[in-house]
Write a protein that binds this ligand. Structure first.
Ligand SMILES: Nc1ncnc2c1ncn2[C@@H]1O[C@H](COP(=O)(O)OP(=O)(O)OP(=O)(O)O)[C@@H](O)[C@H]1O
Ligand SMILES: [Mg+2]
Length: 289
């Protein structure tokens, strides 16, 4: 019903429901974080969600390359206050909003007070109504990786069946749980021979974390090694658009459905202040890591 002013929507416009923030991390490089981030974001958008994809890999800006986009601005200009987040966002396939990475290798820990304020303002003033924010992080365990991963509500750890991938996935969970109090992780097995192999790999990791870490693991899904996925990347397209019936496209749709089931943040404030504040306030705990 219309109110006295004749504008029922006026009351609703100011309400932003919480945004689910999912970081995609791995420890080891080259295990598929960017591939997963891009295809997950597009699968979620295809399922009706308003999605933003943040490229938080400050070393190598990948997301725009993967999708053949040519951004004019990037996050570093937002940090320095030269432009607003809205000016940096590039519209990707299926209406996914893409925030290209800041150029250079500046770490989150090195931002000065003005840049910190710029980042918080940029996210909290974002007017677009979002359902999900997917954060593609860099490899390794740098301050910036830890900050972005710690700021997310759900941490998706991508792992493939290689000793270095397994030990690095363990390392990132160890740092985040002992140092930052992050105790729940979703594991995505990638480049496997199939669902069974993926589950065995997940169990291998869960056995080690159960023994040595105080964390809860969940198998978020499995993406098999898929030639069609590789080809879609060469074509600068998502596999969901290029090869919708491929095995990897099916896996990304299942993963997106899984992500939809993960709970929303408890914060009733909504929007992205929570994310931005956690990003800046990522202080390690006193306990040794
Ligand atoms: N399931 C898969 N099947 C086939 N190829 C894959 C699969 N997942 C990833 N790849 C390939 O692996 C390579 C590395 O993937 P990607 O760039 O997404 O990894 P990354 O973890 O983001 O790397 P970096 O740590 O350098 O950012 C890419 O060439 C991609 O095509
Ligand atoms: Mg990457």
């Amino acid at each position: 019903m219309l109110d006295a002013s004749g504008d029922q929507a006026s009351g609703l416009r100011g309400i932003h429901h919480p945004v689910k923030v999912i970081s995609v991390s791995s420890g080891k490089g080259g295990v598929g974080k960017t591939t997963v981030s891009v295809n997950l974001a597009i699968a979620l958008a295809m399922q009706g969600n308003k999605v933003m994809l943040l490229d938080a890999d400050f070393g190598l800006a990948n997301v725009d390359v993967l999708l053949g986009l040519h951004p004019q601005h990037n996050l570093s200009e937002v940090l320095s206050g030269e432009c607003r987040l809205e000016d940096v966002i590039v519209s990707g396939p299926h209406g996914v909003d893409i925030v290209p990475a800041a150029s250079g290798k500046k770490r989150m820990a090195e931002l000065d007070a003005r840049e910190n304020a710029g980042l918080i303002n940029a996210f909290s003033e974002l007017t677009a109504s979002l359902d999900m924010l997917i954060v593609d992080t860099a490899a390794g365990l740098s301050e910036s990786v830890v900050s972005f991963t710690h700021a997310a509500h759900h941490v998706l750890v991508v792992v493939c069946d290689e000793p270095a991938s397994i030990t690095d996935a363990y390392a990132i969970m160890k740092v985040l749980s002992r140092g930052y109090g992050v105790t729940a992780f979703k594991v995505l097995t990638n480049m496997t021979r199939g669902a069974e192999h993926g589950y065995q790999l997940y169990e291998k990791i869960a056995r080690v974390t159960d023994r040595f870490l105080d964390v809860t693991l969940e198998h978020a899904g499995n993406v098999p090694q898929d030639e069609y996925l590789r080809r879609s990347i060469q074509q600068q397209s998502s596999v969901l658009d290029a090869y919708p019936s491929s095995r990897s496209a099916q896996s990304f749709r299942a993963l997106a459905q899984q992500c939809e089931r993960w709970p929303l943040p408890a914060s009733s404030r909504g929007h992205l202040e929570f994310f931005a504040e956690r990003l800046i306030g990522a202080e390690p705990r006193a306990a040794a890591v």
